[in-house]
Design a protein around this ligand. Structure first.
Ligand code: ADP
Ligand code: ARG
Length: 352
């Protein structure tokens, strides 16, 4: 007799819960990829964490084909991308329209753009062995410390960073946190902190996270709202790293990442922006971010809350849109958010 499909809490709204039917579960429950990644591992995070938005992770490139009866509808739903759509890349930062949506610096505290990347011919993080993870760290530390000019910097293995420095790097938004329960449930925290680390230049405007959720998170960031400067530094870094590190890429799905939300461009362009009035008018706030396909996160990133009226605003879609379009979405949305925030402030002043 077929095993019964897992039951979700009544308030669970994950895409896993939405698309894991009895039929899909019966079709996939015993499937294992060639790197030994099982369907049960792929769905475990969403079962353990019923507050997941998505709930699944891939363990390798093959997961995206073998588990397609579940993954394809999740990908279509999240990215508005259908199985026959194709993905195009465009890293020509000169095609971005607009420079800085906040030239006076009143609203935007900082801008950050990151892409996720993984290494060709390797499993993704959830299915990596301890030895493979160590090999990747060594390879990346060597490549990254060979970069020059504005990109030159040092690599710090997580285990060698003292607790105080680590805490400060996280508080300053430069380093990933430990113990993420979503990653934990898919085995992405195995052997922690071994094999993980951070590379950064002196100014901390160019950083690379090694072996967190993806093998590389390439990050460009700086204070203020000069989105184009941040984007152009990112493109330069990605192009230089790719010369010595072949990235895992799929014709249909673009750059492959462990979480389906990051497929395609794997790009999240964000601003930390002070919007106290909109923060008090969430209906208007959400209407604008939904219109521009933007996501609202808290001040310390995903699954955090906003502090002091500061929000993390970023593009939601990453697949089926080019890198330039992802960044343009952010730019256009931020222009409108600032306009609306100014109007709300004037209305409050008039009422006084
Ligand atoms: P990711 O960007 O990798 O998807 P998170 O949402 O966890 O992941 O963010 C990682 C870190 O980057 C957090 O400390 C977050 O506050 C910080 N961050 C994100 N956007 C910005 C920004 N525009 N300026 C400064 N820090 C940022
Ligand atoms: N697995 C988590 C969830 O479903 C995170 C999804 C997106 N975020 C990420 N860091 N990949 O809510």
């Amino acid at each position: 007799m077929a095993t019964k499909v897992p039951v979700f809490n009544s308030d669970c709204s994950s895409l896993l819960a939405k698309y894991l039917s009895q039929q899909v579960f019966s079709q996939l429950e015993d499937k294992v990829t060639t790197s030994g990644y099982t369907f049960k591992q792929a769905i475990n995070s969403g079962l353990v964490n019923q507050d997941s938005g998505v709930g699944v992770y891939a363990g390798d490139a093959e997961s995206y084909t073998m588990f397609a009866p579940l993954f394809d509808p999740i990908i279509a739903d999240y990215h508005n991308f259908n199985p026959h759509d194709s993905h195009q890349s465009n890293l020509h930062f000169d095609e971005l329209f607009g420079l800085n949506p906040d030239p006076t610096g009143k609203y935007i505290l900082s801008t950050r753009i990151r892409v996720g990347r993984n290494i060709a011919d390797m499993p993704l993080g959830p299915a990596l062995s301890r030895q493979q993870r160590r090999t990747i760290e060594l390879q990346l530390a060597k490549t990254l410390t060979g970069l020059s000019g504005e990109l030159s910097g040092n690599y710090y293995s997580l285990g060698n960073i003292d607790a105080e420095t680590r805490k400060q790097l996280i508080a300053d938004h430069f380093l990933f946190k430990a113990g993420d329960r979503f990653l934990d449930a898919v085995g992405l925290n195995r052997d922690w902190p071994e094999g993980r680390g951070i590379f950064h230049n002196l100014e901390k405007t160019f950083l690379v996270w090694v072996n967190e959720e993806d093998q590389l998170r390439i990050i460009s960031m700086q204070p203020g709202g000069d989105i184009k400067a941040v984007f152009s530094r990112l493109v330069k870094a990605v192009n230089e790293i790719e010369v010595s590190v072949p990235f895992l890429f799929d014709q249909r799905l673009g750059y492959l990442t462990s979480c389906p939300t990051n497929l395609g461009t794997a790009l999240r362009a964000s601003v930390h922006i002070r919007l106290p009035k909109l923060g008090d008018d969430l209906i208007t706030f959400k209407a604008i971010t939904d219109h521009h396909q933007l996501q609202i996160r808290g001040t310390s990133g995903e699954h955090s809350v906003s502090e002091g009226g500061v929000f993390d605003i970023s593009n939601k879609r990453r697949l089926g849109v080019t890198e330039v379009e992802c960044v343009q979405d952010l730019y256009d949305g931020v222009v409108e958010l600032i306009e609306r925030e100014q109007e709300l402030a004037i209305n409050v002043d008039l009422k006084k």
